[in-house]
Design a protein around this ligand. Structure first.
Ligand code: ATP
Length: 408
């Protein structure tokens, strides 16, 4: 009986064990593996979804940006104007860049609007849309040449009388202002140097800046009106402010005729722009702000077309003619430019005869060319023949230039 019971128990245990074995293998082989796969697939699908959502988001962003850009491009441009006056009830007088003034409205949302502010106005209604911050400081220093020149009186050949005149008008008032106070006269504000190209006008201006240790601020008339369209008048104002700050200073305006040429009428906007710049220059010359330590030197090759307003008393009323050098002048200029050259039996006096009507710049070119002739022949010194060939070369080049000027 006991044995049968025991056998039964053993059988049962065996069956249970076998069942367990079967169920274990079923669980591992048939159920757990497909679950993992599904999970993996699920994960991959989730990742894909995430990526596509991100992509979708990015595309939406790009679309919105492009749309906004398109809308901006479609919008009409706004005009830039200066506020002249502010009145009650959000009204103001504005001045456009072409000088025209308008009475217009501005929104209550624009706070702290005051005369002198720069604003954007609607093209059609000319009402003020918004105020813009324009840097007060024009960074004028980026647009002009400012230097302490090294050229001195010794670098100038000839021009003795002219040097004396420049000294009297520019150097003396800067170096000895008390002399003028004692006597009770006001020194000239500046001078106008006129004459053919390359005769040393810039050189004179630089030499007087050197001798007075003044800051040399150079502007070129043609650049002022071509490069800085709409800004010329402002630039002139800033240049004079800068000169006062850096005083003693010399403001050198080359090609003054581009700015101060006589005009029959001021019809086009370009002409109006030039005349506004010129008016600003006159205003600076006449202005109340002191110019004691600031001298103005104008230079031109075309005095014949100059507006006489610039040379009226109290402005650039001292005219100094800088002409082509005479024989003595040519010799002196030759000496200046050949002083560091290694010359071999060169008779400068004889060369002078060949250089009639040469400007200082051409004489300098002759010296450089003569040096090149020697270098080409591997010589370390320059002889008379190098100079004669150089003179010929410079003369031919000049003739070609003249020919181009006449026939284009
Ligand atoms: P532009 O009217 O074309 O501006 P410019 O009269 O101002 O000419 P500069 O620029 O002063 O002439 O001269 C050009 C160069 O020619 C000078 O840098 C200098 O080397 C030389 N030069 C001109 N005149 C003289 C001179 N009298 N003595 C010595 N060098 C001179």
């Amino acid at each position: 009986m006991v044995n049968r019971e025991k056998n039964k128990k053993e059988d049962f245990a065996e069956i249970v064990e076998q069942l367990n074995k079967i169920s274990n293998t079923k669980i591992t082989k048939n159920v757990s593996k497909p679950d993992n796969k599904l999970e993996e697939e699920n994960n991959a699908l989730n990742n894909n979804l995430k990526r596509m959502e991100e992509e979708n988001f990015m595309l939406k962003e790009m679309f919105n940006k492009a749309n906004a850009e398109l809308n901006n491009i479609k919008k009409p441009a706004l005009l830039v104007a200066d506020v002249v006056n502010i009145f009650e009830d959000n009204k103001a007088v504005i001045k456009l860049l072409n000088g025209n003034k308008f009475y217009c409205y501005f929104s209550q949302e624009i706070k702290n609007l005051s005369p002198g502010d720069t604003v954007l106005v609607d093209q059609k209604s000319l009402n003020i849309v918004e105020k813009v911050e324009v840097a007060d400081n024009f960074e004028v220093e980026k647009f002009v040449i400012i230097e302490k020149p090294q050229e001195n009186w010794g670098d100038i050949g000839g021009l003795r009388k002219e040097i004396e005149e420049v000294k009297e008008v520019i150097e003396l008032p800067l170096k000895k202002p008390h002399l003028f106070k004692q006597i009770g006269i006001k020194p000239p504000k500046g001078t106008l140097l006129y004459g053919p190209p390359g005769t040393g006008k810039t050189l004179l201006a630089k030499a007087v800046a050197h001798s007075t240790n003044a800051t040399f601020i150079e502007i070129v008339g043609s650049e002022l009106v071509q490069k800085f369209i709409g800004e010329g008048a402002k630039l002139v104002k800033e240049i004079f402010n800068l000169a006062r700050k850096k005083a003693p200073a010399i403001v050198f305006i080359d090609e003054l005729d581009a700015l101060a040429a006589r005009r029959m009428e001021t019809g086009t906007s370009g002409e109006r722009e030039v005349s506004r710049t010129f008016m600003q220059l006159l205003a600076e010359l006449d202005g109340f702000k002191h110019l004691d330590n600031v001298k103005i030197i104008g230079a031109t090759n075309r005095i014949d077309i100059l507006d006489t307003a610039i040379t009226r008393p109290g402005r650039l009323d001292r005219l100094i003619h800088i002409g082509l050098p005479d024989a003595e002048g040519v010799l002196e200029i030759l000496k200046v430019h050949s002083k560091n050259m290694n010359l071999e039996k060169v008779k400068l006096k004889e060369l002078v005869k060949e250089m009639e009507n040469f400007s200082g710049a051409e004489i300098r070119a002759v010296c450089t060319e003569a040096g090149y002739f020697a270098i080409r022949e591997n010589r370390s010194s320059i002889d008379q023949n190098d100079f004669l060939e150089a003179i010929e070369k410079v003369r031919i080049e000049e003739d070609d230039e003249d020919h181009k000027d006449i026939f284009g």
